[in-house]
Design a protein around this ligand. Structure first.
Ligand code: C2G
Length: 129
């Protein structure tokens, strides 16, 4: 059973997120998602449109996702990989190279980011109304 792990905010769930989750799941059998908490986001000066519980609820509706846990800080990834016995860490290409330090613990794969869509763009449209 190959276990795949990815992280994100997954705010205003959109096609780019779905394409990432779909391709990540295709790389293994089980997909774990570290979902960033509102507190972690605020430490990145990032405010999501939907709160953690709402974002978690939406992700639970995605057939590719098997397990969701809190992403509270930048340091937890190595612990998560060990704890969940992860085989592959997958992130979008905007993170290219940023998690190579974990390649001693698991395979690290960056998938091409889906162009033309982002939570930021969608939020701007929502706030313009
Ligand atoms: N993504 C994508 N294409 C898009 C938008 C996002 O492939 N058009 C990918 C990102 O590369 C990321 C995942 O979807 O792998 C989730 O994106 P975000 O919710 O924006 O997450 P991010 O802010 O990148 O948080 O510790 C890592 C962070 O939690 C990642």
């Amino acid at each position: 059973m190959k276990k795949v792990l990815t992280y994100g905010t997954y705010d205003l769930l959109h096609y780019g997120h779905m394409e990432l989750l779909r391709r990540a799941k295709e790389l293994g059998d089980t997909l774990y998602v570290g979902l960033s908490t509102d507190e972690f986001n605020s430490s990145k000066n990032k405010v999501s449109y939907f709160n953690f519980e709402q974002r978690k609820q939406m992700l639970k509706g995605v057939k590719y996702v098997d397990f969701i846990f809190e992403e509270n800080d930048w340091e937890q990834k190595a612990r998560d990989i060990e704890q969940y016995d992860i085989d592959i860490l997958v992130m979008g290409s905007d993170w290219e190279g940023k998690f190579d330090y974990l390649s001693g613990l698991c395979e690290v794969i960056y998938l091409p980011r889906t162009e033309g869509v982002s939570s930021t763009k969608i939020k701007e449209i929502l706030q313009a109304d």
